[in-house]
Design a protein around this ligand. Sequence first.
Ligand code: PNS
Length: 165
Amino acid sequence: MERIAVCPGSFDPVTKGHLDIITRASNLFDRVIVLVSKNMMKTNECFTPQERKDLILRVTESLPNVVVDVYDGLLANYVRSVGAIAIVKGLRAVSDFEYEFQMALANRELYSGAETVFLTTTAENMYLSSSVVKQIAAFGGDISHSIPPEILSVVEKRLMKEKLS
Ligand code: PNS
């Protein structure tokens, strides 16, 4: 049986930190579905779900067992519908833990057929987040160490435009 994992997130936009987690998940599972999902707490969206999907597709081109999808319903329902055995999330600092722990419990309550698996971030990605990247870019800072090179210019252009609008 194919062992499928879902790697959900807002990915607005995908960062090197996300890509590291996706790559490591792809070594652990037969298939990884990167799922662009809706986080209702996040309101300052820069990319549409379809744009986020396209950016992820570009940076995961070399990973043959990774696919990308968009879903705006409950994660647990999606996980059940594709028969995934795991939800993979990256864990950065202690500050991520409480929120992620709560999500893992809620998802298990909704669907107990999949385990939430946390992969610890690498030291260089410890403080990296899409929100921080958006702020740095909006003030004209260098985001080249945070965003995969294939999508850097597209992301920079968009985030600079956000500031002007
Ligand atoms: O990258 P993020 O913003 O930390 O990812 C959070 C995300 C999108 C995975 C989470 O908000 C989510 O699962 N959204 C889908 C709706 C859902 O199932 N919410 C959790 C129910 S308690």
